[in-house]
Design a protein around this ligand. Sequence first.
Ligand SMILES: Nc1ncnc2c1ncn2[C@@H]1O[C@H](COP(=O)(O)OP(=O)(O)O)[C@@H](O)[C@H]1O
Ligand SMILES: [Mg+2]
Length: 125
Amino acid sequence: MERMKTGFLLGAAKEAAARLHQEFGVTVAFVTLGPKGCLYSANGVCGIVDNPPAATVDTTGAGDIFGGSALSRLLMLNKPLNTLTDVELRNAATFACWAASLSTERAGGISSVPPLDVVLSHMKG
Ligand SMILES: Nc1ncnc2c1ncn2[C@@H]1O[C@H](COP(=O)(O)OP(=O)(O)O)[C@@H](O)[C@H]1O
Ligand SMILES: [Mg+2]
């Protein structure tokens, strides 16, 4: 059952990304999947990043924190969006999932944004 639900979710996420590319001319699409992480899609590549585990108390702001975090990593690369590689997209998505996931462990929106060094140290594992 869980597998069926996950399969459905991924199918819908892929379809959403395809629509963002085709109908809206979006180059880089991230489709967030709540506690299941996210799908990234751009330049003919796409993949899923599993969410890191979290002791969630409040998801307020998680979507915004994901978006800002992903965008900040893409901007740091300082290269055209249509040249981003699978590894670069996956790294940005992974960073954003960590930042958003960690933010759910604290109450509030802005008050729950994790510091950069905390996100990076979790990513290094
Ligand atoms: N319950 C949760 N536990 C852990 N992480 C979560 C949870 N909900 C959201 N997140 C994190 O926040 C990101 C955005 O959440 P999502 O619910 O998909 O966005 P929105 O709330 O804007 O619809 C997810 O990709 C995930 O990294
Ligand atoms: Mg949510």
